[in-house]
Design a protein around this ligand. Structure first.
Ligand SMILES: Cc1ncc(COP(=O)(O)O)c(C=O)c1O
Length: 418
């Protein structure tokens, strides 16, 4: 039986908490999980990506005033807004998968093992120019794939669904990709990308896995693990809790996998955070098996608007993610404003709509004694969050927060939220 309850139904602060009965801190790290994410793959991804021009670790920002207001000991926020100038952690995944795909395809065509260095150096420019990669995206993944394609010299076509903003479309096109808009939601654009690729002989670089399509999304997740490693390496004391927003679950699974491999049964409590309008991870945890949600998945948290959990992510999350919290769009916007106008001397942070579900869930849970107790959160807790994007849609950010990202960073018009 799943422990689950909803509070404040219909209100902006509404949330649902659902415990995962199958998760245990001492659950084994299985061979199937190790085939997806492992230490060798982590080292390979780090060696490749850290050699790219512009690589820098993103900052881990300590927020003591917010921690004390929430009633916990420490709060650390890994701010991915500056990642490779692309605005989100996704720069680590799609572009790395493009590099890996080109490496494999060149090896196949040349009949020898082509080293990654030859991809990065564009040694086989003519061959690579004849290769087309494509994907579906709600913005950030497509930007990463387009950037990777331009960096390594292949052609790129990106499929976006009906509600992806024009600003996000333009940001992808700026990397030289052809952008095609299709009807329906994110999952419909995934199918359109796959069908077109099959017809045209293109390569799909998807961030979500489905039966028969595992290798590329596995590479994407291996790229994401770099973010987790950077954060874990600089924390002096391991966190007691990690809150992770979920779209298809790939990012959350990558962080969870490294936490499990690093700390074993002592791993932090892992809390997944879904938008309440596209809570595919929650319905899957409730059912104990991947279960889609349908409809337009119309959440402001565009990067999290996914109806189906990734099969590879599920393989890891089913055993090692302890709970799911679903939050409202209003709660996300409240948190964006709070981070932009911090109280008590914390630094201001520019966080996009899809970056804050983790903090929104933490805030909701800390206000509710039963939820707090169920998750073991108290005054000694040290919580780690991943702020997975900055203002990837600058106009929308300014509309929601009331100031531009530049003004927030410059500390202008700060009226701290109490
Ligand atoms: C900013 C941001 N955060 C989190 C996610 C969720 O990642 P995943 O789909 O791997 O769960 C996304 C996905 O697009 C995103 O863009």
């Amino acid at each position: 039986m799943t422990t689950e309850f909803t509070r404040h139904r219909g209100m902006p602060e509404a949330f649902t908490l659902c415990l995962n009965p199958a998760a245990r801190p001492d659950a084994a790290w299985t061979p199937a999980q190790d085939a997806v994410l492992n230490d060798t793959a982590h080292a390979a991804a780090l060696a490749t990506v850290s050699a790219w021009p512009g690589y820098e670790q993103t900052p881990l920002v300590n927020l003591p005033a917010l921690a004390s207001k929430l009633g916990i000991a420490a709060l650390d926020y890994k701010d991915e807004g500056g990642r490779f100038g692309l605005g989100s952690f996704k720069a680590l995944g799609g572009a790395y998968a493009v590099a890996r795909l080109l490496c494999a395809e060149l090896s196949r065509r040349l009949g020898r093992e082509v080293p990654m260095a030859e991809v990065t150096a564009r040694t086989h420019a003519e061959l690579v120019a004849g290769i087309t990669v494509c994907c579906a995206t709600d913005g950030n993944h497509g930007r990463s794939v387009a950037w990777g394609a331009r960096t390594f010299g292949c052609r790129c076509v990106i499929f976006i669904h009906a509600t992806v903003s024009d600003a996000r479309r333009d940001a992808i096109a700026a990397y030289g990709a052809e952008v095609r808009r299709c009807a329906g939601n994110y999952d419909d654009s995934v199918r359109a990308a796959q069908d077109t690729a099959t017809r045209e002989g293109w390569f799909v670089v998807s961030d979500t896995s489905y039966p028969g399509y595992m290798e590329v999304p596995r590479d994407v997740m291996q790229g994401y693990e770099i973010m987790a490693g950077e954060a874990f390496d600089v924390l002096e004391t391991p966190p007691t809790h990690i809150f992770l927003q979920t779209g298809v679950g790939g990012m959350a699974a990558a962080v969870t996998a490294l936490a499990k491999r690093r700390w074993g049964a002592e791993r932090p409590v892992i809390v997944l955070c879904d938008p309440d309008r596209s809570a595919c991870v929650m319905v899957s945890v409730r059912a104990g098996t991947p279960t889609p949600v349908t409809g337009d998945l119309d959440t402001l948290m565009a990067g999290l608007a996914c109806g189906e959990v990734s099969a590879l992510a599920w393989e890891i999350l089913k055993d090692h993610a302890d709970a799911v919290v679903a939050v409202t769009d209003e709660a996300a916007v409240d948190v964006m404003r709070r981070l932009a106008s911090p109280a008590g001397g914390d630094p201001a942070i520019v966080a996009g709509e899809s970056a804050v579900a983790g903090l929104a869930a933490l805030q909701a849970v800390m206000r509710d004694p039963e939820a707090r107790d169920l998750l073991g959160l108290d005054a000694a807790s040290r919580v780690l969050l991943f702020g997975t994007e900055g203002d990837t849609d600058p106009e929308l950010y300014a509309r929601l927060v009331g100031r531009t990202a530049a003004d927030v960073r410059g500390g202008q018009n700060v009226s701290s939220q109490e």
